[in-house]
Design a protein around this ligand. Structure first.
Ligand SMILES: O=C(O)CCC(=O)C(=O)O
Ligand SMILES: [Fe+2]
Length: 347
């Protein structure tokens, strides 16, 4: 259709109608998730046929979805603009990013290889936990993945009905994921985060609200400043290269004074994969193999509020199958009494 448009411009005797080409082309772009492009083309189409009802309805739809997506991204920014913001630590715009040890460790972990000697590994246990009343009858199945920083995986957290509902309400809302970007006005699309995103607040469905409650019970954090549920869908090749979930440098302004930074990440796996798609931690050499209805939890910040750089993590490329996850990010605001600072300021 792009080609048809080019030819149409050149034709002296027109063999097609431009509005029809614009109709197909805008529809195609919208299907590929390029809603801004679809909107621009629809505006061109409306310039030719101002009263076209479907074009008007499409324009309204694109504008609404773009506004919602912008709003969501503005409020729920990923702690990552890809820039080397961290005290001299290499990051993805530096030339040695892909040549760095942490990048090769990321690749190794994604292949299922080991990167670190983990002498304490034999002490990583699985156990039942009953530290909250909701676990008295049906205890929480806890698996320790790493000691320090602590990374836990909890099994059978979601029920199949919760899982199905989360996917069902997400499908119509999915749009291409962005990252925080100052330079790319077009939602900060990147090739280091390739997935689709949908956001839900607790009012979307009672089972989504129940997941928030469970995330709070498991993490012992309050829901006061928690973000909405972020659902991600990755297709084959989809990935999210190594990053931190806390914000740094200028990105800090993106979260309000009262919410402050992302203290913990709670990520639930809604599907199992045939191959690939692990969540890996190249600094500590740990990997989570997605298991349906399991959730991982870690703290992104030290108790003194600074970022814990050891939580560097990535979503490995999907090799076969598809991956769904649901993220819940807890913020610092409201955790003063449940996760106070330690006695040692370096903690
Ligand atoms: O999908 C994953 O395994 C990790 C996703 C992630 O790190 C993120 O969305 O911040
Ligand atoms: Fe992350």
């Amino acid at each position: 259709m792009e080609e048809a448009l080019v030819r149409w411009e050149k034709e002296s005797e027109k063999t097609a109608e431009k509005n029809v080409i614009l109709d197909y082309l805008s529809f195609s772009y919208s299907h590929f998730g390029s809603l801004r492009k679809a909107l621009n083309l629809t505006n061109d189409w409306l310039a030719i046929e101002p009263g076209h009802e479907r074009a008007i309805a499409n324009r309204r739809y694109y504008e609404r979805i773009i506004a919602e997506a912008d709003d969501a991204e503005r409020q729920k920014l990923k702690g990552d603009n890809g820039a080397p913001v961290v005290d001299g630590k290499p990051h993805r715009f530096l030339t040695d990013y892909t040549g760095s040890k942490s990048y090769s460790d990321y690749e190794k972990l994604c292949r299922g290889e080991e990167t670190h000697k983990r002498p304490f590994k034999h002490r990583l246990v699985c156990r039942y936990q009953r530290y909250h009343p909701i676990f008295y009858i049906s205890p929480l199945k806890e698996e320790m993945l790493n000691f320090d920083p602590a990374i836990y995986v909890y099994h059978d957290v979601l029920t199949d009905s919760q899982n199905a509902i989360i996917k069902e309400v997400s499908r119509p809302k999915l749009h291409r994921s962005g990252v925080f970007s100052k330079t790319d006005a077009d939602t900060g699309l990147s090739n280091f985060r390739t997935s689709q995103t949908a956001w839900h607040d607790d009012s979307t469905h009672p089972l989504i609200a129940r997941l928030s409650q469970k995330a709070s019970a498991i993490s012992n954090l309050t829901l006061e400043t928690v973000e909405h549920l972020q659902v991600l869908n990755y297709g084959i090749g989809g990935l999210y290269e190594p990053h931190w979930d806390f914000v740094q440098g200028e990105e800090r302004n993106e979260f309000s004074e009262s919410d402050r930074n992302r203290v913990a990440t709670f990520i639930c796996y809604l599907s199992e994969l045939e191959a690939g798609g692990y969540t890996v931690y190249p600094t500590v050499g740990a990997a989570v193999v997605p298991r349906k209805n399991s959730c991982a939890l870690w703290y992104n910040l030290m108790r003194n509020g600074t970022g814990d750089y050891r939580t560097y993590h990535a979503a490995c490329p999907i090799l076969y199958g598809y991956k769904w996850v649901a993220n819940k990010w807890f913020h610092e605001g409201g955790q003063e009494f449940v996760r106070p600072c330690g006695l040692n300021s370096a903690e």
